[in-house]
Design a protein. Sequence first.
Length: 191
Amino acid sequence: MILPLLAFAFPHACDDPPDFDGILDLFSLLRGCKTVWLLNPELVAASPVAQWIKTTITGHPIATKPEVDRRFQILRDSLKDPADIIATDQLIDFTRGELATSPDGVANLGRWPTMVSDAFWLRVQNHEVDSLLVLSHYSVVLGTPSYRWWSSNWDSILLQAIDKALPEADKKAVDWDYAAMMKFANSYRGS
């Protein structure tokens, strides 16, 4: 539980936000927790830590918005790689399920990056354009209302880093629009 807090708080303690690869390093810390869990799930499940892993601190439920679903469907229809498609499906399910019922849950912030496959994560690390587009849609989770200082502005931190990581030719090829993505990220603000 403390590791996600530290990972998300770290950029707020720095003068400059992390670049794209720095963000991936922070998310990789969270993915490492999943690896520990998978090595010995029975031992972890029997420990006091399990209550923090299993319990989502409930916030105020939010309704899934049609424009968010539409944006996800447009993204999904544009993808070719199975790893990107599966990661998108996981993000859609996560947004409709856990996020919609508990948007301010601490566990929500870092959960989706731990759910995705190693194949997708490798594509993200290699800066594959479609995978970065999928990751950019995670900003809708990061943009949900939060009253914790350490989780604020993560939607813009992620989108700015992706915007800088994408070469201009790729931005044109996929019609990347930073302002539109920020609007998407803020879909649930005020919900």
